[in-house]
Write a protein that binds this ligand. Structure first.
Ligand code: SF4
Length: 313
């Protein structure tokens, strides 16, 4: 197998920047939006503890005081990216907490507000697989008819024992059901996974990638498990109850995962960001560029790329 020509990039994987440039012919950026949502895994509906790594603070914007409107957040973001990055078009990224957790009409109003802004060509909405009932899938299908619509589903792992341990509040079957109902409707589905979850072996992590590779998924975000102060995970780390991955191990597993994923799957993220003020470990993760460069170097050393071990079923 040769590196796919359609990537049209110098990377050894199909990054989001290249995907959007190929599709829209200009630089496209995601504008992060905090629309004031909460999460059923924090407000007592599913649980009140949240996932054990969740800091529960929402965006920096939320911490700073009353939230500006969606349009105002978009205008500010556009100004920055147009001035500093020569951006052409934008995707409104509803990022904070669970962005489909609310009545459909409220969601429609917020998404419409975002799409009503100049140069916003689509939506990317982060949520949980247990928060996408059929009426919300129908709503996304409507958007997908005239704009670029991504549904970002936080899965984290396909292993139910780990999902229970991290208190995600749903099983992998809920995720499979959400993917089944959203697929074939022109909606782009992105799945989030976390590498280095407690109790998972390298083989467990690769198994997650192998299963995702068989599904109708268009994009993936690969996160590194972080220990943040004030979270249960942070406490466990400080008590010596959990081990976090070393940098080289993380890089190797990520490269193994990239080799397994289909070449068409868009790689939206390859590491994690955490708040510096509550960041505990692993310290090496603070230098994001070094991690990304390490992944590039490892793929080059192996002389492999995304999809080289992808097995079509
Ligand atoms: S689903 Fe997201 S927002 Fe909700 S508790 Fe888990 S990490 Fe936090």
């Amino acid at each position: 197998m040769l590196k796919p020509v359609f990537w049209n990039n110098t990377k050894r994987y199909y990054d989001l920047k290249s995907f959007w440039y190929n599709r829209f012919g200009c630089k496209v950026y995601k504008l992060q939006i905090d629309a004031g949502f909460t999460c059923p895994n924090r407000d007592g509906t599913v649980s009140s503890g949240g996932c054990i790594y969740c800091d529960g603070r929402g965006s920096r914007l939320r911490q700073a005081g009353p939230l500006p409107s969606v349009s105002e957040q978009i205008r500010r973001g556009k100004e920055y990216y147009k001035t500093h990055r020569n951006a052409g078009k934008f995707i409104a990224y509803f990022q904070t907490f669970t962005n489909t957790y609310g009545p459909t009409e409220k969601l429609r109003a917020l998404y419409d507000e975002a799409l009503g802004e100049d140069d916003v060509i689509g939506l990317s909405v982060g949520t949980r697989p247990d928060c996408v009932p059929d009426d919300i899938i129908d709503l996304f299908q409507e958007y997908a008819k005239h704009s670029h619509a991504w549904l970002e589903l936080g899965l984290q792992t396909i292993h139910n024992r780990t999902l229970r341990y991290i208190n995600r509040g749903y099983s992998v079957e809920t995720y499979f059901d959400a993917v089944r109902r959203a697929s074939g409707k022109n909606i782009h589905i992105c799945t989030h996974i976390i590498v280095g979850l407690p109790g998972e072996t390298r083989e467990d992590m690769l198994e997650t990638a192998r299963v995702i590779a068989t599904l109708p998924i268009h994009g993936i975000k690969i996160h590194l498990l972080l220990a943040l102060r004030g979270t249960k995970m942070g406490d466990l780390y400080e008590q010596g109850e959990i081990l976090l991955l070393e940098k080289d191990d993380y890089i190797r597993v990520v490269c193994d995962i990239l080799e397994i994923l289909p070449p068409e799957m868009v790689i939206q993220r390859l590491t994690a960001d955490g708040y510096r003020d509550i960041f505990l470990a692993p310290r090496w993760a603070i230098n994001k560029m070094e991690v990304l460069n390490g992944i590039d170097r490892e793929l080059e050393k192996r002389n492999t790329f995304q999809g080289i071990r992808f097995e079509k079923v």
